[in-house]
Design a binder for this molecule. Structure first.
Ligand code: PLP
Length: 393
């Protein structure tokens, strides 16, 4: 009888993948499915980035790179941070990793373990909780509320800190809600954290380039008060439509950098070299491709929000970032996951039930608008027709 480590019994996964698998299976049977479930840009990676990756392969970049990443890419990340957040970061504090999730995993491994408490947003990216449980730490959900525009509440977050709290995970702009935490609230959070010097902060800013309505993204890197305990998470997946390339980067405070480097050496060795050169082209190249994608997401955002708010018993707060809408469907009488399942099976629309993002997600659905305007319109029509005739189970 094989016996795997007990920690693997605690590891979860993204339930969204189950929905996507079902949507794929239905499509394979010939069903016409509109997929608003998936959280990845529907654009191809911009051609100049693809070409840089191909060139790197042709030029013979086939070997290991330093585990922390190629110097030109770490320098390009430091320049990107300076350009976008106005903050000086040494390339020596930057680490290149295979996707945003890997920074998350490293930080949670570092601060987790039995006896530790880790605060994470709920509803939030499901992997936070899953990884916290994997380490044996106690996950402490920070409620993210519609009444608060799906922003973090500094007061509510700080009240959850105990002497066991080791790490606070912040995510803005957020998955699954599209919420953006305003500067005043982040100011208050940072001020309050001064009273808790033993709490590290992981700031997941993977959607940092995607804010709307003229609202600037506020990076936690811009707060010198917490720089000595801040882990900054970003990457190319969403901003440059590079989810499959596996390229992320993080900034670590000096005392943690070596531990992170050792985790890299012990696990993935390095991000593949060609991908890293593509990353240099992404960060140092023209940024108008990013602006064009964000403008298109913004256009679709209007379509989704207006369409949802026109449905009976559905209301949707306008998301200020990322590419998700998180409508409230409680008044339809449906449980969110049952509604998502019925929409997929009976209406051919894939969306994710809010509880897949945490207990505070009950009563909501997540719709990704990383899909064409045409498909979004079709999906909304189908949801409307479904709700008009189908009573809850
Ligand atoms: N953080 C958040 C909030 C996300 O939504 C995602 C992906 O969906 C990630 C991190 C992971 O990104 P990556 O694909 O680069 O690992």
């Amino acid at each position: 009888m094989l016996q795997i480590a007990p920690s693997f019994g605690r590891i979860g996964e993204e339930n969204a993948f189950a929905v996507l698998a079902r949507a794929g299976a239905l499509a394979a049977q010939g069903r016409d499915i509109v997929n608003l479930g998936i959280g990845q840009p529907d654009f191809p990676t911009p051609p100049h980035i693809v070409e840089a990756g191909i060139k790197a392969l042709r030029d013979g970049h086939h070997g290991y790179t330093p585990a922390i990443g190629l110097p030109p890419l770490r320098e390009a990340v430091a320049r990107d941070i300076h350009r976008r957040h106005g903050v000086e970061v040494s390339p020596d504090a930057v680490m290149i990793v295979p996707g945003g999730k890997v920074t998350m995993f490293m930080a949670i491994l570092m601060f987790g373990g039995p006896g530790a408490e880790i605060l994470y947003p709920d509803p939030g990216f499901p992997i936070y909780r899953s990884m916290i449980e994997f380490t044996g730490a106690t996950p402490v959900p920070v409620p993210i509320r519609e009444a608060n525009g799906f922003a973090f509440s500094a007061q509510e977050t700080l009240a959850l800190i105990t002497e066991r709290t080791r790490l606070l995970i912040v995510n803005s702009p957020a998955n699954p809600t599209g919420g953006v935490t305003p500067k005043a609230e982040i100011d208050a959070l940072v001020t309050g954290l001064a009273g808790h010097p033993g709490v590290a902060v992981l700031s997941d800013e993977i959607y940092g380039t995607m804010t709307y309505d003229g609202q600037a993204h506020v990076s936690l890197l811009a707060y010198p008060e917490i720089r000595d305990r801040l882990i900054y998470l970003d990457g190319a997946s969403k901003t440059y439509a590079m989810t499959g390339w596996r390229l992320g980067w993080s900034v670590w405070p000096k005392p943690l950098y070596d531990a992170a480097r050792k985790l890299a050496v012990n696990s993935f060795s390095c991000v593949n070299a060609a991908t890293q050169w593509a990353g240099v082209a992404a960060l140092d190249g023209p940024q108008d491709c990013v602006a064009a994608m964000v403008a298109e997401f913004d256009r679709r955002r209007g379509l989704v929000v207006d369409g949802l708010n026109a449905l009976p018993d559905v209301s949707c707060v306008t998301p200020r970032g990322a590419f998700y809408a998180f409508p409230n469907v409680a008044r339809t009488g449906w449980k969110a996951k049952a509604l998502a399942a019925a929409l997929l099976d009976e209406a051919g629309v894939a969306v994710i039930g809010g509880p897949d993002f945490g207990v505070h997600g009950e009563g909501y659905l997540r719709l990704s608008y990383a899909n064409s305007a045409e498909n979004i319109t079709r999906a909304l029509e189908r949801i409307g027709r479904f709700l008009a005739v189908r009573r809850p189970d």
